[in-house]
Design a protein around this ligand. Sequence first.
Ligand SMILES: [Zn+2]
Ligand SMILES: [Zn+2]
Length: 143
Amino acid sequence: MDIKDYRDLLKKENLRNTKHRNSILEVIEESGQPVTAETIYLKLKEQGVSISLSTVYRVLDTLIGKNLVVKTSVTDENKGLYEINSMEHKHHLLCIKCRKMLSVDGCPLEEYERELEERLGFTIKGHKLEMFGLCDKCKNCDM
Ligand SMILES: [Zn+2]
Ligand SMILES: [Zn+2]
């Protein structure tokens, strides 16, 4: 293979990578809630995108490295949940029955942080808060 062929191959490879990257970002964005790599993989298959699960994981890692995606949490099966990194501070509600996760904008703790900082002389750099319970659907059916 001469250098030109190699360049072409690399170019093609890059194009495919970019395409995969964009499709994965789209899937995460459209789902509107944190998703697992498997969910992304299945959605892409549905759309006729030829991609392997290991590629999905690899692309996700790249996207996390670029701060475009964040791994917010893990499911009971220890699977990572991925979400678009909106740079906004967010909290999550997790349904313990169907494992659905909702993101809520805004933070109720800002004032509390300030009060703690003042009272304890502690500089707070961040916090995590996750709430769990039953979603609208699960609440209304028998456990
Ligand atoms: Zn639920
Ligand atoms: Zn907060």
